[in-house]
Design a protein around this ligand. Structure first.
Ligand SMILES: NC(=O)c1ccc[n+]([C@@H]2O[C@H](COP(=O)([O-])OP(=O)(O)OC[C@H]3O[C@@H](n4cnc5c(N)ncnc54)[C@H](OP(=O)(O)O)[C@@H]3O)[C@@H](O)[C@H]2O)c1
Length: 298
C-alpha cells in the first residue's frame, strides 16, 4: 500500500461514513478538512481540483453506486454544485453530508412529476446545467415465459424514458455552447444473455440516444457521450431481486472470464464519466466508452 505523506494523513479524516469509498472518499475528506491542494499524492494521481470550477452538474441516481462516486468526483474537482437525485432520501442525504457542493433532490425520473421537480430545482438554484449525467438505472431478470409487463415498463421508464424526458425538460437550462451530457449505458447493450432482454434492450436504446443526440445537439455546442460498464460491484443486482449467493456466482464467473481477472469497482468507471465531461474532451461526442475489464474482448 502506498504510504501517504504525514501531512496528508494528519489532515485527512476518514470516518465510518466515507471509509471504503475508494479514492473519491479520500478526496472528499481532503477537501472538507482543508489540505494542501495540487501536486502528486496517493497512487501517483495528481489532484486537479478545478476542472469543473463554476460548473453546475446534475447526476441522477446519485445516492448509491456509480452515481454516488460520480457526484463526489465532480464535487472534488471543483464543481460549483452537484445536484443528485433519487427516490430515497436516506442515501441522498448521506452523500450530501460528504461534500458541501452536493445538493440532494428527491425525484423519481420515471415520472413526469419527478422530471418537473428536478427541472424546478435547477431553475430555482443555479438556473443552468453544464453537465447532465443520466446514471439512474434499474435491472431485473425478465424471462419471457414469466414476463411481468410492469417490470418491462419499470426498466424502460427509468433507463430510457427518464433520460429522454429529463434531457428534453432541461434543454433550455443546458449550457450552450459548452454543456454536455453523459449517459451510463451497459455492455448488456451489446452482449446477449438469457432472461436479460429487457434490460439489454433498454441499454441498446440508450446507446442509440447517445448517438442521435450527439448529432441533434451538436449544432448547439452540446456534446453527448456514454460509458458502458461491465459487471461493477454496486447495489443494483440486489435491488433487482437477485439473491446474494447468485450475485456472488455472477461475479466469480465474470472474474474468471475477463482478462483483468476481477469485477469492476465504481472507481474503475467514474474517471471515464468525468473525463468525457471535461472541457479537454471538447472534440469527443457520440462516443460510448466501454469499461468492462475486457469482457467484450473475451
Ligand atoms: N453495476 C453494474 O454492474 C452496472 C453495469 C452496467 C451498467 N450499470 C448502470 O450504471 C448505472 C448506475 O447503477 P449502479 O450499478 O450504480 O446501481 P445502483 O447503486 O443501484 O444505482 C442506481 C441508482 O438509480 C436510482 N434510481 C433507480 N430508480 C430510480 C428512479 N425511478 N428515479 C430516480 N432514481 C432512480 C437509485 O436510487 P433510488 O433507489 O433511491 O431511486 C440508485 O441510486 C445504471 O444506469 C446501471 O444500469 C451498472
Amino acid at each position: 500500500m502506498t504510504a501517504w505523506p504525514a501531512t496528508l494523513r494528519a489532515r485527512t479524516r476518514i470516518t465510518p461514513a466515507n471509509h471504503g469509498e475508494g479514492m473519491f472518499a479520500h478526496r472528499a475528506a481532503l477537501r472538507t478538512t482543508g489540505p494542501r491542494r495540487g501536486g502528486p499524492w496517493q497512487r501517483g494521481i495528481a489532484l486537479s481540483d478545478n476542472t469543473f470550477a463554476e460548473q453546475h452538474i446534475v447526476v441522477t441516481g446519485g445516492g448509491t453506486g456509480i452515481g454516488r462516486a460520480t457526484a463526489l468526483a465532480f464535487a472534488e474537482q471543483g464543481a460549483a454544485s452537484v445536484m443528485i437525485t433519487g427516490r430515497r432520501g436516506g442515501p441522498l442525504d448521506e452523500v450530501a453530508a460528504l461534500h458541501p457542493s452536493i445538493v440532494p433532490v428527491l425525484a423519481d425520473v420515471a415520472t413526469e412529476a419527478g422530471i418537473d421537480t428536478i427541472t424546478a430545482e435547477v431553475r430555482a438554484r443555479a438556473g443552468r446545467v453544464d453537465v447532465l449525467v443520466h446514471n439512474a438505472g434499474v435491472f431485473a431478470r425478465t424471462p419471457l415465459d414469466e414476463l411481468d409487463p410492469a417490470e418491462v415498463r419499470k426498466q424502460f421508464g427509468v433507463n430510457v424514458f427518464g433520460p429522454i424526458l429529463l434531457t428534453a425538460a432541461l434543454l433550455p437550462q443546458l449550457t450552450a455552447p459548452g454543456g454536455n451530457i453523459v449517459i451510463v449505458s451497459s455492455i448488456s447493450a451489446r452482449l446477449a444473455a438469457p432472461a436479460q432482454s429487457v434490460y439489454a434492450a433498454s441499454k441498446a436504446a440508450v446507446d442509440s440516444l447517445i448517438r442521435s443526440w450527439a448529432i441533434e445537439l451538436g449544432p448547439k455546442g452540446i456534446r453527448v457521450n456514454g460509458v458502458a460498464p461491465g459487471n461493477v460491484r454496486t447495489p443494483i443486482l440486489g435491488a433487482g431481486g437477485i439473491p446474494a449467493h447468485e450475485i456472488e456466482q455472477w461475479q466469480t464467473n465474470y472474474a474468471n472470464v475477463v482478462p483483468t481477472g476481477r469485477v469492476g469497482e465504481v472507481d474503475d468507471v467514474v474517471p471515464w464519466i468525468t473525463r468525457l465531461a471535461e472541457p479537454a474532451s471538447a472534440w469527443v461526442s457520440g462516443e460510448i466508452i466501454v469499461v468492462d475489464g475486457g469482457r467484450l474482448a473475451a
